[in-house]
Design a protein around this ligand. Structure first.
Ligand SMILES: [Mg+2]
Length: 373
């Protein structure tokens, strides 16, 4: 039997330094200490802590399967401890994403974002973990379609016989809480019809059609639906497997060679250009952005993240590369263009998306002053 290994990427905004822009060192230390202990106790076999903007990211590899209560409790406890520390330090937005108090076995629906996949390890299993700040899960629809559905992006769809059967996409309707599975290439146009509406339909899982091999999972959360009001954007994470009958690493990264627009940015109320950055530049400054994305590459091997001679997981910071300078420059140019428009659409999100912000409170005050024409 091939070994089954679980990759869990669980994230939470537990408080940030000087506004919503970056996770400070003391919160990393709490995550690092607790995961070190979890590794010594045998709960996880590998871990890596990082951030994108104000989101604390826990990457864990273990053998306990998806939605495992012990793994989720570990993450929940870390976020709570980090939030307590943030509160003591009077950091900004301390505990902002911890929307519920009593843990009931799974962090889904409680505020943190989760991408998890249990895989049977292949001979070699390259994986990319993506995390973005100041945007929402629909931001991944575009690159996921490019990677797994678009032969102009992924040469393997044309050239590799192992990929010729195409891929199946699970799409969630976050308004009706329903799901549908569509197969590419046959249903490509219908898929684009759905996932082009990024605020409602979100790709949650992708399988290789011919053998149901799980290739990609994304976090799909609507914090506003959990909380009933605007509480920050649902900054998404996703895990994508690469190579050997799947898109090559370069085919997974090439959609980020250009910037594209995502919903989020300042107060979760604006369209903004997504900027691929190395982890050290994953801090959101200008108008609380522009929205940033990081990509970490690693190998899953024998139930762990492949490690160096000192047992340190080997993690590649994939956007730490001048090849993405053009996208970064575009992001700054597009950001400047949109900011010139201030609070006029399309710089600001449309009225449906603004429903969960504080704008309706402002507009409600004008209601009585409107007269029939
Ligand atoms: Mg965030």
């Amino acid at each position: 039997m091939p070994r089954k290994t679980t990759i869990s990427l669980i994230k939470c905004d537990v408080g940030s330094l000087a506004g919503h822009h970056v996770v400070p060192e003391p919160l990393f230390n709490i995550a690092g200490m607790n995961l070190k202990k979890a590794k010594e106790d045998g709960l996880v076999s590998s871990y890596h802590v990082f951030n994108v903007g104000d989101d604390l990211q826990l990457l864990m590899v273990h053998g306990r399967g998806e939605s495992n209560p012990e793994i989720h409790k570990l993450a929940w406890d870390i976020f709570q401890k980090a939030a307590d520390k943030a509160l003591k330090l009077k950091l900004y937005g301390a505990g902002q994403d911890l929307l519920k108090t009593a843990f009931s076995g799974n962090v889904r629906g409680m505020g943190p974002g989760v991408a998890e996949m249990e895989i049977e390890e292949r001979g070699s299993d390259p994986v990319v973990a993506f995390a973005a700040d100041k945007t929402s899960a629909g931001a991944f629809n575009f690159p996921l379609f490019r990677i797994f559905g678009d032969p102009m992006n992924t040469a393997g769809l044309v050239i590799d016989p192992d990929m010729a059967g195409g891929f199946k996409f699970e799409v969630l309707d976050t308004v009706e809480d329903k799901r549908v599975v569509l197969k590419c290439p046959e249903e490509m146009y219908a898929l684009v019809g759905l996932i082009g509406t990024v605020g409602r339909y979100m790709i949650s899982r992708i399988w290789r059609a011919r053998d149901e091999l799980l290739c990609a999972v994304g976090s799909v959360t609507k914090l506003s639906k959990i909380a009933g009001k605007y509480v920050g954007k649902d900054d998404p994470v996703m895990i994508v497997r690469a190579q050997h009958g799947l898109p090559a690493l370069g085919e997974i990264l090439v959609p980020f060679m250009h910037s594209y627009f995502v919903a989020g940015w300042m107060r979760g109320s604006h369209w903004g250009p997504l900027m691929p950055v190395q982890v050290k530049d994953a801090k959101c400054t200008v108008f609380d952005g522009p929205p940033r994305i990081v990509a970490l590459g690693f190998q899953v091997a024998n139930g762990k993240i492949a490690s160096d001679d000192n047992e340190k997981p080997m993690i590649a910071d994939l956007f730490d590369d001048p090849a993405f300078d053009m996208a970064r420059r575009e992001a700054v140019e597009y950001a400047s263009m949109l900011r010139r428009m201030g609070e006029f659409e399309p710089a600001r999100l449309s009225v449906g998306e603004m429903e969960y912000t504080t704008l309706p409170q402002i507009l409600a005050k004008l209601k009585e002053r409107f007269e029939p024409t």
